[in-house]
Ligand binder design. Sequence first.
Ligand SMILES: NC(=O)c1ccc[n+]([C@@H]2O[C@H](COP(=O)([O-])OP(=O)(O)OC[C@H]3O[C@@H](n4cnc5c(N)ncnc54)[C@H](OP(=O)(O)O)[C@@H]3O)[C@@H](O)[C@H]2O)c1
Length: 238
Amino acid sequence: MKNTGIKILITGGARRLGRILAETLATRGASTAIHYNSSSEEANDLKHQLAAHGSTAHLIQADLTSPATCEDVITQAVRLLGGLDVLINNAATFQSDTLRDLNVEHAQKQMMLNCWAPLLLARSFAQQCPGGKIIHILDQRIARHDGHHLSYTLSKKALAESVGMLALELAPNFTVNAVAPGAVLPPDKRSGTREKAGPAPMGHAGTPEEVAEAVAFLMEAESITGQIIYVDGGQHLL
Ligand SMILES: NC(=O)c1ccc[n+]([C@@H]2O[C@H](COP(=O)([O-])OP(=O)(O)OC[C@H]3O[C@@H](n4cnc5c(N)ncnc54)[C@H](OP(=O)(O)O)[C@@H]3O)[C@@H](O)[C@H]2O)c1
């Protein structure tokens, strides 16, 4: 149980990749605050599932497209956990668009949730806590030019650029790193937003559990900052 006692906040942690991150890290002994937006049923189910395994999870509901809410989420996490060691910025929205059908309102909402919210959460974390680790969940698309997901890809590229900037600004008290998954999950039946995995040099794009392993590694690493780990079977190389 390498993560014993570490206090972590995971955004969008009630289902899909965020849930696997929460389950993996809680199983290793981390204390968790799990943020969700609309998935209250799944969040409560996860809380009960973790409780059955002896792990207490605190739930925080918030729509992260509101800047003021981001600060409040950190305040709540610090209060519920009695401090905060790790912020995992996982929540995001994934929409298809191209230059031709770009809708500025949708693009701005995507940029707010996928880029500005993680930065505002990171800022509040740095303001409210003496030190810790910030881990963004990116996407292997940051290395490519996916014009069919124009605003999503731009939002993740912008967040990727922030990794080095934040790492420098927040050193030596905080490390700032990221994990960039490939298509580790099949399409989301509920939102229908995530497409099937494309080709990968390794023949597969990785698994959610491998993403969780990379996050757990970054949570333990004291001297690694400003880094992005791709967990994508090499998709970003194509
Ligand atoms: N899935 C993949 O294969 C894959 C590949 C590459 C990168 N990624 C990245 O990995 C992360 C997780 O992927 P995923 O597929 O599991 O994501 P997802 O299902 O599309 O969304 C993750 C969570 O974001 C939350 N969210 C959506 N709108 C929100 C809002 N307005 N305010 C607050 N939270 C909101 C949702 O919470 P609620 O359900 O509670 O509303 C949702 O559970 C994302 O950052 C994604 O970009 C995933």
